[in-house]
Design a binder for this molecule. Structure first.
Ligand code: AMP
Ligand code: ZN
Length: 447
């Protein structure tokens, strides 16, 4: 089965296997990760879940040992610095310590959230702070190659040095200059030139560099981490649609500029945006939902399933009604089949996933699949049934179960086995399984 993915660069569905140099024993994917200063919201969950399914599909097709997935953690960023400055001021403490504390806590929360959504840990999750040396080296290479220039403690990428700048966003330089809200600054040759390095004052986190103490721009972070962990050219680069311009356009300019024009990624994948009950999610509209808040009321796998019912490139509307329906479908399926991660998946299901990750079609195939293919399909999509079982356990009336167990013990003592069996069977009919052991009787929710 050949995997074809819609490529933002070519606007066609491309097969990785058609690219010269594609190595099926070393399939490489990079996805832009979170900027860690606040809780991730359910919109941020979309790329995490979508690319986790791509990761699982690649592992299924090429073998788990042959797929390398990098999702970075952006822990150098001016939004983080602003939070760190507030925290440091409130405490009268050091801004660098505040930055480290905020990013460590937020990254930890993020990992917990996405694990609850059933996402596998990527092969590598590099932090920008661990790759500043590589960023400085890449900037030096860009200056030497004539793609960048230093000015007033800044280093800027010279977009006029790259004639195909704009090829991902499909805009010409003139269009971009006319349409973009770009910073005009005296040290820039062109308003489109973007920052690779900028100076830090004493109250801002910074690192030593040939251009003085400062910090990298966001775009160079990804180019340097990607190259360090995956090499010059990799197979899939992903993120949300909002990252196409300028972030990914600039990543291409930097990486190709530093690597003699070798392409950065073969296929560029972008997910559409999620909105809530028909509206853009925003704090002012009061419909801003963090993953963490959602997980208080819903099992993570319900959110995962709800997400996969839409095709990743379409905008999706997140609704409570959709979540409720997703929960019902999963419950019905789990009653028939326990998900297994393994080789047994249906051909039509796999064909749907290989056709630009058509998860709604793949789910439709599961509705008509036999039991074993349903189990395999759910496993490939990253479902495990653990959380629904826990949710079911929380929802059952534990006092009533304890009373029933006590009554059953009385009946057994009185050798009234007809009654004790009746109680056991009545519980079983409600999905509660009793286990008699040396320490007494325990119960669990039937799998
Ligand atoms: P950010 O932390 O804003 O850089 O976002 C992290 C990831 O989430 C990026 O890939 C964004 O494109 C993506 N993203 C942000 N908001 C949404 C949304 N409402 N729907 C889908 N993806 C989003
Ligand atoms: Zn990036």
């Amino acid at each position: 089965m050949t995997l074809r993915l819609h490529n933002t660069l070519t606007k066609t569905k491309d097969a990785l296997e058609d690219f010269p140099g594609f190595d099926r024993t070393n399939v490489r994917m990079y996805v832009c990760g979170p900027t860690v200063y606040d809780y991730a919201h359910i919109g941020n969950a979309r790329p995490v879940i979508v690319f986790d399914v791509v990761f699982r599909l690649l592992r299924h097709l090429y073998g788990a040992a042959h797929v390398n997935y990098v999702r970075n953690i952006t822990d150098i960023d001016d939004k983080i610095n602003a939070r760190a400055a507030e925290l440091a001021a409130a405490r009268g403490s050091d801004v660098e310590a505040a930055r480290a504390e905020i990013t460590a806590a937020t990254a930890g929360q993020y990992l917990q959230d996405v694990t609850a959504l059933g996402c596998l840990p990527p092969t590598h999750t590099p932090r920008a702070t661990d790759y500043v040396r590589e960023m400085v080296a890449m900037i030096e290479t860009l200056i030497a190659a004539g793609h960048a220039y230093a000015a007033e403690g800044h280093v800027l990428y010279d977009v006029s040095s790259k004639p195909d700048y704009g090829k991902l966003a499909r805009r010409s330089l003139d269009e971009m200059i006319a349409g973009a809200r770009v910073d005009v600054a005296p040290y820039k040759k062109s308003p489109m030139d973007f920052v690779l390095w900028k100076p830090s004052d004493a109250a801002t986190p910074g690192w030593p560099s040939p251009w003085g103490r400062g910090r990298p721009g966001w775009h160079i972070e990804c180019s340097a981490m990607g190259a360090a962990l995956l090499g010059e050219t990799f197979d899939v680069h992903g993120g949300g649609i909002d990252l196409v311009f300028p972030h990914h356009e600039n990543e291409i300019a930097q990486s190709e500029g530093a690597h003699q024009g070798h392409p950065l990624a073969r296929i560029w994948m972008h997910n559409g945006f999620l909105q809530v009950e028909g509206e853009k999610m925003s704090k002012s509209l009061g419909n801003f939902v963090t993953i963490n808040q959602l997980l208080q009321d819903w099992p993570g796998e319900v959110l995962r399933f709800n997400m996969l019912r839409s095709h990743y490139r379409q905008p999706m509307d997140w609704t409570v009604a959709g979540m409720t329906e997703s929960w019902k479908t999963l419950e019905r399926w789990y009653a028939i089949a326990e998900p297994v991660a393994g080789p047994r998946v249906g051909a039509a299901f796999l064909a749907a996933l290989c056709d630009d990750l058509n998860t709604p079609q793949a789910i439709a195939e599961l509705h008509r699949a036999p039991e074993d293919e349903l189990a395999g399909g759910l496993g490939l999509l990253g479902f495990s049934n653990v959380q629904l079982r826990i949710a079911a356990k929380k929802a059952v009336d534990t006092t009533a179960i304890a009373d029933a167990i006590a009554a059953r013990n009385e009946a057994r003592k009185a050798k009234n086995f007809r009654e004790s069996d009746r109680i056991r069977d009545a519980l079983l009919a409600q999905g509660i399984v009793l286990k008699d052991g040396p320490g007494g009787t325990t119960w669990e929710v039937k799998r």
